[in-house]
Design a binder for this molecule. Structure first.
Ligand SMILES: [Zn+2]
Length: 461
């Protein structure tokens, strides 16, 4: 089987059958969806029974053909054709046709070389059976390059008006970022500033294949403080939905983008700050990928932003969570962690992909130091959020959130409010409250750094 597959791959195409067990005659398509994003574009076909498909990938010009057995051309499939957006980074177009009496053929024309992942998902939450076509660029997007690009874009329009932040000009954080990029996983650059003249970290974030530290040119000495912001859910996973129809995934993305603006205009102890979003569009990012991305950009902090529903409409107020490797600090905390950890099932990940398994296992090595710092960060955020709104619990709660498992980054999950509470849903929608909340989170982050200078935190790891 493996040899066969290799032979087919060599021939330039890959054919995979999803197996007779999933055969469905006369399956009905219930919905079709496309989620375009630079990371990957996803096409979802939702049906009342599992679809039997055969896929063929043709490298030149790049296109993916999917044959669906037991189905005729129908309105939903035709609708899919019109759903492709011109701005889709990966999909150029979709064609559908009746291949033979019993089979419909879908051809996805691609804009660039793609490594497709085709898999099915059993019914979960509000979804019936799903056939998922994930179209990953063969050359994966590097989060660090993305951060650099954002930096370049941010600097470009500001220059003619003389308005770039002074730190950006003086410290050239871009140079430092590029240095990090050349040595992925390398420890933060050495600095000549007084507060940074500390012994190197006892345990650095070096990886075995990149043991060296970057050598920076004179002048490229300042360290850029990177804050990973993680808007929860996205794409197939709407998160919680308020009684008025507000979707958690939309509200948290808006707040994360507002906070990004604040962070990018700020500095700590003379070092410029930079926000990195684990997603800045409406697509699903698996939980372990969120953590991976934050580690790739060597984030100093990881803040996951949510606005969940509770099992009853009454609870209100914000909560902040840190990781617990053992029991949760309360039943509520455990309930929320279990709910959040289901995101991968609803958002849909390819469990058959070996990479996903390996990467998830790698994250089971959190340290006591990470949790201690996360509790401090959580405390700072909670104090500030408490000054603009109600708190659900007066202290940082703890539970086994998958997304908080970066062993080397203080990580917290903020439930900004309960979207299931009609009043809180209203607040979450209001610009004024979004602004207050963003300001509070910003103050909390700054406060944390004033007590825990970035290198002191690294040193303790
Ligand atoms: Zn959530």
């Amino acid at each position: 089987m493996q040899a066969d597959r290799r032979r087919l791959l060599k021939a330039g195409f890959l054919a995979l059958s999803l197996g007779a067990a999933q055969l469905a005659r006369g399956a009905n398509l219930l919905a079709v969806r496309i989620w375009p994003a630079p990371d990957y574009s996803r096409v979802t076909l939702e049906s009342d029974t599992a679809l039997k498909t055969t896929q063929t990938f043709i490298a030149s010009p790049p296109r993916l053909a999917i044959d669906i057995e037991g189905m005729g051309l129908n309105a939903a499939l035709r609708e899919l054709v019109g759903k492709v957006q011109a701005s889709d980074p990966n999909i150029a177009g979709i064609r559908v046709g009746q291949f033979n009496a019993n089979t419909v053929r879908l051809v996805i024309d691609l804009k660039r070389p793609i490594a497709p992942q085709v898999f099915t998902l059993p019914p979960v939450a509000a979804y019936a059976h799903r056939l998922v076509l994930d179209l990953y660029p063969s050359e994966a997007i590097d989060p660090l390059e993305q951060l650099i690009q954002e930096r370049v874009m941010a600097k470009a329009p500001a220059a003619p008006h003389g308005l770039p932040s002074t730190n950006a000009v003086v410290n050239d954080p871009l140079g430092e970022l590029i240095a990090r990029q050349t040595l992925p996983g390398a420890a933060p650059a050495p600095s000549t500033r007084r507060q940074d003249l500390l012994p190197p970290p006892a345990v650095s974030m070096d990886r075995p294949d990149h043991p060296a530290r970057p050598q920076l040119a004179p002048g490229q000495t300042d360290r850029l403080i990177v804050i990973a912001l993680d808007p929860g859910h996205g794409g197939e996973d709407p998160g919680a939905i308020g009684p008025g129809g507000t979707r958690e995934k939309d509200v948290v993305l808006k707040i994360a983008k507002m906070l990004r603006e604040r962070i990018n205009a700020s500095s700590v102890g003379g070092s410029p700050m930079r926000a990195f979003l684990t997603r800045d569009a409406d697509f699903f990012v698996p939980l372990h990928v969120r953590v991976q991305k934050a580690r790739r950009v060597q984030a100093d902090l990881f803040v996951s932003i949510h606005a969940d529903a509770f099992y009853s409409p009454r609870p209100q107020g914000a909560s902040v969570f840190a990781l617990s490797e053992g029991a949760a600090s309360s039943k509520d905390a455990q309930w929320i962690a279990q709910k959040e950890n289901k995101a991968d099932l609803i958002g849909g990940i390819n469990l058959g992909s070996q990479d996903a398994q390996v990467q998830r296992a790698l994250l089971d090595m959190s340290t006591a130091a990470q949790i201690r710092d996360s509790l401090q960060l959580g405390g700072s955020l909670l104090r500030e959020i408490g000054s603009v709104g109600k708190l659900h619990k007066p202290r940082v709660e703890r539970a086994g959130f998958a997304v908080l498992k970066a062993p080397d980054i203080p990580s917290v999950l903020v439930e900004t409010a309960f979207i299931s509470n009609p009043e809180e849903e209203e607040k979450l929608r209001s610009d004024a409250y979004q602004q207050q909340l963003t300001d509070a989170l910003m103050r909390g982050i700054v406060q944390y750094f004033s007590r825990n200078p970035p290198l002191a935190r690294n040193r303790s790891l």
